[in-house]
Design a protein around this ligand. Structure first.
Ligand code: CTP
Ligand code: MG
Length: 228
């Protein structure tokens, strides 16, 4: 089943501390964002990539656009949610739409197809992995409670939706001036069920400098495994 994807890439990468958009940093010889874009460019079920960028990165993205066939560029906003909303306005208004962080280059094609399938059945499906650590609720450095881990999942992207589900959730959030940390939280708030698709622990978001070491390790592991 075909789908389109919005890739927010308009952040400033403050926590990475490079002094410029982290997605332009090199990972195994290529900018991080190209690793992410390649996954969707190669997926024959992906009909359109809506890449959301900051105007500061115009010239970089203008150059790379000519190497891809599916990319449609739009400008982002001051918050990730606004960037995704701008992307949504440039999308085809039907079918399945995914939102995937530019900063997650290790998403597996199998996870994408499971998400598309699940969203087509239920309207909303998100990638996640079970929480591995013991999690405690803490106030002022004092433990209040040990949370039951069996019901905790660490949420990632992609998050997949029927177009109308994502659009109405975003419009409602806009009206209420609600800012969520992911798309699913807007959809949940709108009263829609959201399904989990189990992803894997490689699908990290490159956020702080040490994530780059983990990223190199994942690339080395994959190269060995697949002999690439
Ligand atoms: N993003 C975006 N528009 C924003 C903020 C973030 O498109 N206004 C994108 C980022 O480029 C990234 C994804 O959303 O691909 C996830 O955000 P995050 O990892 O937080 O990236 P940054 O916002 O760039 O990093 P930081 O929060 O450390 O500044
Ligand atoms: Mg951010």
């Amino acid at each position: 089943m075909n789908y389109q994807v919005i890739i927010p890439a308009a952040g400033s990468g403050k926590r990475m501390g490079a002094g410029y958009n982290k997605l332009l940093m090199n990972l195994a010889g290529r900018p991080i964002i190209l690793h992410t874009l390649d996954v969707f460019e190669k997926d024959s079920s992906c009909s359109r990539i809506i890449l959301v960028i900051h105007s500061d990165d115009d010239s970089f993205f203008a150059e790379i656009q000519s190497h891809y066939t599916k990319i449609h560029i739009v400008y982002g906003g001051s918050e990730r949610q606004y960037s995704v909303y701008n992307g949504l306005k440039a999308a085809e208004t039907e079918g399945i739409i995914l939102v995937h962080d530019g900063a997650r280059p290790f998403i597996r094609p199998e996870t994408i197809s499971h998400l598309v399938q699940s969203a087509s059945e239920c309207g909303a499906a998100i990638a996640a992995v079970p929480v591995k650590d013991t999690i405690k609720k803490v106030i002022d450095f004092e433990v209040i409670e040990t949370v039951d881990r069996s019901s905790l999942w660490q949420v990632q992207t992609p998050q997949a939706f029927r177009f109308s589900v994502l659009q109405s959730a975003h419009e409602q959030a806009q009206k209420e001036q609600f800012l969520g940390t992911d798309e699913a939280s807007l959809v949940e708030k709108n009263g829609h069920v959201v399904k989990i698709v189990e992803s894997d622990y490689d699908n990290i978001k490159l956020t702080t400098p040490e994530d780059l070491y983990f990223a190199e390790a994942i690339i080395n592991k994959r190269n060995q495994k697949y002999g690439l």
